[in-house]
Design a protein around this ligand. Sequence first.
Ligand code: FAD
Ligand code: SF4
Ligand code: SF4
Length: 471
Amino acid sequence: MAVIKIPNNKTPIKEQDPKVRAHNFKEVVLGYSLEEAVAEANRCLQCVNQPCVAGCPVNIDIPGFILALKNRDLPKSAEILKSYNNLPAVCGRVCPQESQCEGRCTVGKMKAHEPVAIGKLERFVADWEASSGDVKIPEIPTQKRGKVAVIGAGPAGLTVAADLAKMGYEVKIFEALHAAGGVLMYGIPEFRLPKSIVEREINFIRSLGVEIDTDSIVGRSITISEIKKFDAIFIGTGAGTPSFMNIPGTNLNGVYSASEFLTRINLMHAYEFPYQSDTPVRLGKHVVVVGAGNVAMDASRSALRLGAENVKIVYRRSEAEMPARIEEYHHAIEEGIEFHWLTNPIAYIGDDKGNLTAVKCIKMELGEPDASGRRRPVPIQNSEFTIEADMVVEAIGQTSNKVLLSAFPELKLTSHGYIEADPQTGQTSVEGVYAGGDIVTGAATVILAMGAGKKSAVAIDEYVRSKKISK
Ligand code: FAD
Ligand code: SF4
Ligand code: SF4
């Protein structure tokens, strides 16, 4: 039997030096050159059973786009990618590939081999297409099939809108904030996902004919009865309400939720205050970030870039349970973020002026598995200690955005306050109303939100067509 010989490791990718990048907001990963991308594409075995495709929630023809790249046919590679994914440059940068496409890659299952760097190749092809100045816009049917309202311009809403526009629908997105993109714009920092990339891919969606009304809060400035005039509705309002530890001292100056901290930095450009932005952000010298997900990594690395002398992440479980993307964790370590596992804050301590001075913590140990299947952290008695801190950022999770839900009481919610929807179609308890993304699943990932948007686009099309036939 022929022995397959391919390099064990992914083709290395250029990155900013950790010492330099810890002080700037420019993108950390610099991307592949054409030769590097082709070398990496050559590691793909073109597996007949395509396990990687099943690992991608939007089922991109991964071997197909990689083969075209290997043959240096970049327009074809981009065309294949774009026919499945409206936000490829975003996904190539932020998908947790290790648990999705790359987690299923055959090469990664071979002894001592890393999987094919699918995400980095996707990013390369998407960036190449944009820089070529020849972005192909698919032909849009002129005969319109109907009108659809989309609430929320995050990855779920943008995906459903783009797919419906391609099918020939007039689509209007209502977005509460002054910029479209959802978490891509207000949550994930510039050094991981440059805003110009998000804007570029949103402009592609606009070029399909999708209208985006920003500063439009459905349930406040736009009423539900206005929205009900459309043939169908998709709700993709996300999970943007921060959860709090609710421990003593939460009201001290210097205690932030990650949502507020990151929104000030990303959406309001607080790091350019006062010269180019009028939104300030508190600059802590000794910063503690609570949590170990992507949000915590983003908050800690942003604090470092703002000038913190030291940044500590405290997490009540161990490294093995950490939910962050592995790449971000490694980048955080390289930049000097300190990790304190099995540690939980129990109080914030302040001075007589109400400013935070320290975080009182307790050591934890892992007990029996809880409902999530992960071992439950249990406090160790008499193990309290304090960490000096003038700033704390809580990044312990988010819950559903409530404005729309309270204005739309007919929608059935789950016991956790998310919209109840069919996982295959997004159909809610109200006819003609579909939902997907974090507002259904709770805080999850960009590509899962996009996958939900794709399924709902198909279901909405079927619904609107059947409604028109029966009229
Ligand atoms: P969102 O992105 O939250 O978008 C919802 C949109 O709806 C928002 O723009 C909001 O303003 C709007 N909206 C809300 N209410 C209304 C209303 N009443 N009227 C009009 N508009 C409304 N995932 C990854 O895959 N990789 C990562 O690296 C990653 N990092 C993350 C880092 C941070 C800091 C955060 C917070 C999340 C991260 N995630 C990551 C998770 C991911 O971003 C989300 O799962 C994804 O954005 C969910 O998409 P969505 O469209 O459901 O909601
Ligand atoms: Fe992998 Fe995400 Fe690209 Fe799908 S969209 S192939 S999961 S990086
Ligand atoms: Fe290529 Fe890996 Fe997919 Fe096989 S599983 S086709 S090697 S990317």
